[in-house]
Design a protein around this ligand. Structure first.
Ligand code: MRU
Length: 350
């Protein structure tokens, strides 16, 4: 690593998820950065609606919220006959899975909870496992930071898309983990955050989160990345992901594919930060991943005519060939080394 200044401070954003062992509260991210408000999740319908409306968002955070949401949903069923308990849990899990289709962590966490109940159908066992998913997530973020921090050298500029930060995960985030660690080590670098139309996760969340941490961040409209790269002002791209298919294709926020194509054209390394929980061994390629289509008003508001037709897929697929490397909790790996991530994914299972 290049020369460093004194260790910098790291102010974290408010946690996306609050859990006290029994009660779940979710930070309403649709109101950020203006208002920091938590909503108590007293029933599963509220949690479904919070996931659907992106009050809680980002693949790992959705997974953690799902696990805790299922604990809350099952509290009234504690002590029920094992088969009744498992049936109620399966119904609740299927219901939450229906909220958003693309981020694999949602389904992954819901299925893990059902797996736990096969041997131990109690709220205590579900609670332990949900807390384990949360703890594993924090540890994976730290490991991603450690495996990616060397990519951010003194004076470099990093471009990111959407929000794969602490708000989308826990602790250090995924794409932001190398940034937070580099900043902590005193490396001077800057970040360009795409605003990320239509819901502006980059503008509302990433630029807010990084600025609070004292990281030099500049916000740009999504259509400005090309000229920035052409001018040689981007040294590397780091993005998060909602799902990496078994072959290495990367599904992430709409617009990621465009950034990857640009990066290839201009010779900029394109890295994907991926915890083992987001690697999907059961889905062969990116083409097999369901892409969430969202409400037309998200694109229309507030400028377009109310009735204008709209195309609004929430995610796109970046082919594996455009990926320079995957920054994972088990190392910085290439497409040829995804078997290491597969093993790590299997080790997370109950
Ligand atoms: O629609 P969102 O805001 O949930 O989309 C989030 C993303 O695309 C993130 O990049 C991804 O979930 C990774 S979060 C570590």
């Amino acid at each position: 690593m290049s020369s460093t200044s004194a260790q910098a401070t790291h102010k974290s954003p408010p946690p996306a998820i609050k859990w006290d062992g029994k009660n779940l509260q979710l930070l309403d991210q649709t109101r950020l950065p203006d208002t920091v408000v938590y909503e108590p999740q007293t029933n599963i319908e509220k949690t479904w609606a919070a996931i659907k409306a992106l009050k809680v968002r980002g693949a790992p955070a959705i997974g953690i919220a799902t696990a805790y949401g299922l604990v809350v949903a099952m509290q009234p069923h504690d002590g029920a006959a094992p088969e009744d308990f498992r049936r109620a849990l399966k119904n609740a899990a299927d219901y939450l899975i229906s909220a958003r289709p693309t981020a694999v962590n949602l389904e992954w966490a819901a299925k893990q909870m059902c797996e736990v109940a096969k041997s131990t159908p109690t709220v205590a066992a579900l609670t332990r496992h949900a807390e384990q998913i949360h703890e594993d997530d924090i540890a994976m973020c730290t490991a991603i930071g450690e495996h990616g921090v060397h990519l951010i050298t003194e004076g470099s500029t990093v471009l990111t898309h959407c929000n794969a930060g602490a708000l989308a995960v826990s602790a250090l985030g995924t794409a932001t983990a190398p940034m937070y660690l580099a900043h902590k080590q005193g490396v001077r670098f800057s970040v360009f955050a795409d605003e990320t139309r239509p819901l502006l996760q980059g503008a509302r969340l990433t630029s807010w989160e990084l600025a609070q941490a004292g990281i030099d961040v500049s916000l740009l409209c999504d259509n400005m990345a090309a000229s920035l790269m052409q001018a040689g002002k981007v040294d590397l791209v780091i993005v998060g992901t909602d799902r990496v298919a078994a072959n290495g294709d990367v599904v992430n926020k709409i617009g990621t594919l465009g950034v990857a194509v640009l990066a290839k054209h201009f010779g900029v390394p394109f890295y994907v930060a991926c915890p083992a929980s987001t690697y999907d061994l059961d889905t062969a390629t990116g083409a097999d991943v369901p892409i969430e289509q969202r409400d037309a008003d998200e694109v229309r508001a507030p400028w377009a005519l109310p009735g204008v037709k709209v195309h609004n897929p929430a995610f796109d697929v970046t082919p594996k060939d455009l990926v320079t490397g995957y920054i994972t909790n088990v190392g910085l790996i290439s497409t040829d080394q995804l078997n290491v991530l597969a093993d790590a994914n299997i080790n997370l299972r109950p």
